[in-house]
Every structure is written in C-alpha cells, then in structure tokens.
Design a protein. Structure first.
Length: 97
C-alpha cells in the first residue's frame, strides 16, 4: 500500500495538480499558523471557543479552512491564544497564467 507522501509526490508531478496545490499554499499556511498558535498556548478548541464566546464547531471550521474569517476574527483568535496578527505583503513570485 502506498503512503500518502508517495501519492502526493506523484500527483505533484502533474503540472495542473502542482499549479492548484501551489495556489492553496497561503491558505494551508494560515491554517497551520492558527493550529500552532492554539497548541503553543496549550489550549483546546473548546477553550478558545469559550474565550471568544462561540462554539467549538466554529473554531474547528476555522482551523480546517472552511470559511472566510474576517480580520477581526483572526485578531480575536490570536489574542485568545496570546498572539497578535501581523500582515505582511510580499511580492508574488509565482508565474502568472
């Protein structure tokens, strides 16, 4: 049985798959940062939800990239975990299609 890593490596050899995967990198990075903040703070999704006055399911959706959080939501989430959000603009070095 092939591992997911092997499957992913083979799939990314397809230029169309690679293009779509690369287009999602910023979203994957944001999700990773959210989970890392919460984990670093030693908090559960339930605890973050309580601090924000919302439900655990909303935190789960946020951490799974299901939705389009506002700047305010990101700031509140970060603050609940003891962090702050910082916006950084970088030049897009990806090829235009």
């Amino acid at each position: 049985m092939k591992s997911f890593k092997d499957f992913k490596q083979k799939a990314l050899q397809n230029p169309k798959v690679r293009k779509e995967y690369d287009a999602l990198q910023d979203e994957f990075s944001l999700i990773d940062q959210l989970v890392t903040m919460r984990s670093s703070a030693g908090l559960t999704q339930e605890e973050v939800a309580k601090k924000l006055g919302t439900n655990k399911s909303n935190i789960s959706r946020l951490e799974h990239g299901k939705g389009n959080p506002s700047w305010g939501t990101l700031n509140k989430y970060a603050a609940a975990c003891g962090f702050r959000v910082k916006l950084e603009a970088v030049e897009d070095s990806r090829e235009s299609a």
